[in-house]
Design a protein around this ligand. Structure first.
Ligand code: FAD
Ligand code: NAI
Length: 483
């Protein structure tokens, strides 16, 4: 449609990440005439719906995590199973090619779902003007157009935060996207930050052979994770060779002769570290600039996130915002659930997202996963609770697979026994946590899980035993009477 005669839609969605594309599909399922605009382009300059998550985030990072785990396991994990292998060689080019194929399959899948659901997909950069008119600058200028919408969903996502002392050059100093593309294994790899991205991608390159140093400004490691879990994680990751320096102050980063010199202060000592590559992973900023005309009543908070109510409404009538651009948990599944909620609200349904039970996972080896409250949060809030804990070393299936590191902890209200939080470090934590999610969403008590029959031998029995242990009756561990 031309600029003078804009096509009208019930809903226009800006951004085709896991927030936007899921919202678009749900809108279409509900019979709403839907368009989705996205400006992502792949390496060949072609449109590539799926946003950060599919193109440079969740999916390619997990492809590299799985490939690097297989490489490492083949080298170091098979002998104890009685399997001797010859020299194990890394073919990084083939590893990247597989990752890129996985990404293409999934972004192609989104495009196919758009077609099947009769969603109009427009490749280009959108801006909201007055009266819910949307101006789109196409990938080719000649493709520029305008649309009119009854409702607009902003799902523009987020971008890596810059660290002033180490601006990205995407060669030596890279963000998470660059960190997924190294064409050779850096001998010395430095990361600024020790959060989710730094741990996942630092572990990838460690397994592929890098010496890895992580520098972080604050002293505490994984501050949002239950402290017992973060203490265990620090112990395990240090043993794997991740060299964590916490509480350091970085004073300069210089690229000299293809190396990065990072100078930092560590307990009054000035240290200089020379790395082949530096990954900066100090959080992500909302993509909230130049998305809407300033005359609109859309407000940003002091960090640049779009302000919304608990159902993702902005202050501008009929304009919603979802996913990373509104902040909170910057997770794909949180954005997707918000997308579904908003689509259903627009279609006149009653719906909400339960923000209290968002599962979180860090895909390290072992994985870390949690849901609900940590012990520290319960203590700060003055909530009385019982804790039950069980180690994977006491689990038959974990022993059989030689994956015995870690434990599961269940926190339950002291009076009602309702589950308040579940915290896991261990094998397949990302899958196991979903049992806790289901239990919590159905309002289960630890007794409900304790009374459930679990198949044997499974890793899930660790959750069963942790729930039994809330009441001091785990079977495969000596129980000490709680005070
Ligand atoms: P995005 O996925 O960022 O999508 C926004 C889209 O909008 C993009 O395509 C962008 O190009 C487009 N856009 C922006 N502005 C405009 C405009 N003006 N016009 C048109 N289009 C526009 N989360 C998890 O839950 N699990 C994980 O394992 C995980 N791993 C991650 C690994 C990495 C390395 C990274 C960086 C992130 C990871 N995340 C993970 C986070 C996850 O990727 C984000 O939470 C998620 O992508 C946010 O979805 P979204 O739809 O809000 O935004
Ligand atoms: P993060 O918030 O997890 O970690 C940031 C790290 O940088 C922290 O360790 C912090 O202490 C450190 N830091 C901040 N400022 C610093 C400074 N000035 N000097 C040194 N260190 C500094 O952010 P990250 O890792 O960049 O990830 C961004 C988001 O992406 C996450 O919040 C998460 O939501 C999402 N993500 C999710 C994944 C998952 O679900 N498995 C995987 C990867 C990313």
């Amino acid at each position: 449609m031309s600029k003078n005669n804009p096509e009208k839609f019930n809903v226009v969605i800006i951004g085709a990440g896991p927030g936007g594309y899921v919202a678009a599909i749900r809108c279409a399922q509900l019979g709403l005439k839907t368009a989705c605009v996205d400006d992502w382009r792949d390496a060949e300059n072609k449109p590539s719906p799926g946003g950060t998550c599919l193109n440079v985030g969740c999916i390619p990072s997990k492809a590299m995590i799985d490939s690097s785990e297989k490489f490492h396991h083949t080298q170091h994990g098979l002998t104890e199973h009685g399997i001797d292998v010859g020299e194990v060689k890394l073919n990084l080019k083939a590893m990247h090619a597989r990752k890129n194929k996985v990404v293409r399959a999934l972004t192609g899948g989104v495009a196919a779902l758009f077609m099947a659901n009769k969603i109009t997909f427009i490749a280009g950069r959108a801006k909201i003007l007055a009266n819910k008119s949307i101006e789109i600058i196409g990938h080719k200028k000649s493709d520029s157009q305008s649309l009119l919408a009854e409702n607009i969903i902003i799902a523009t996502g987020s971008s890596p935060k810059e660290f002033k002392l180490a601006p990205f050059d995407q060669k030596n100093i890279v963000d998470s996207t660059g960190a997924l593309e190294f064409t050779s294994v850096p001998k010395h790899l430095c990361l600024i930050g020790a959060g989710v991205i730094a741990l996942e991608l630092g572990s990838v390159w460690r397994r592929l052979g890098s010496e890895v140093t992580l520098l972080k400004s604050r002293k505490n490691f994984l501050p949002d994770v239950d402290q017992e879990i973060s203490t265990e994680a620090l112990k395990l990751f240090t043993a794997q060779g991740l060299n964590l320096k916490a509480g350091v102050k970085i004073t300069s980063c210089k690229v000299e002769a293809k190396k990065v010199s990072i100078a930092y202060q560590e307990e009054n000592q000035q240290v200089t570290y020379k790395a082949d590559k530096l990954i900066v992973a100090v959080g992500r900023d909302a993509n909230s600039q130049n998305i809407f005309d300033p005359s609109l009543a859309i407000e940003l908070d002091d960090k640049g996130f779009i302000k919304v109510d608990e159902q993702c409404r902005t202050h501008s009538d009929g304009i919603f915002a979802i996913g990373d651009v509104v902040g909170g948990a910057m997770l794909a599944h949180k954005g997707s659930e918000e997308g579904i909620m908003v689509a259903e609200l627009i279609a006149g349904h009653h719906t909400r997202v339960d923000y209290a039970t968002i599962p979180a996972v860090i895909y390290t080896d072992p994985e870390i996963a949690w849901i609900g409250k940590t012990e520290q949060e319960l203590q700060t809030a003055g909530v009385a609770y019982n804790a039950g804990k069980f180690s994977f070393s006491g689990n038959g299936r974990a022993r059989a697979a030689a994956t015995t590191e870690g434990f599961i902890k269940v926190l339950a209200d002291k009076i009602t026994d309702r589950i308040l939080g579940v915290h896991i470090i261990g094998p397949q934590a990302s899958e196991l946590i979903m049992q806790a999610k289901l239990a919590m969403d159905f309002g289960a008590s630890s007794e409900d899980i304790a009374m459930t029959m679990f198949a044997h031998p499974t890793l899930s029995e660790t959750l069963h035993e942790a729930a039994l242990s809330v009441d001091n009756r785990a079977i495969h561990a000596v129980q000490v009477k709680k005070k």
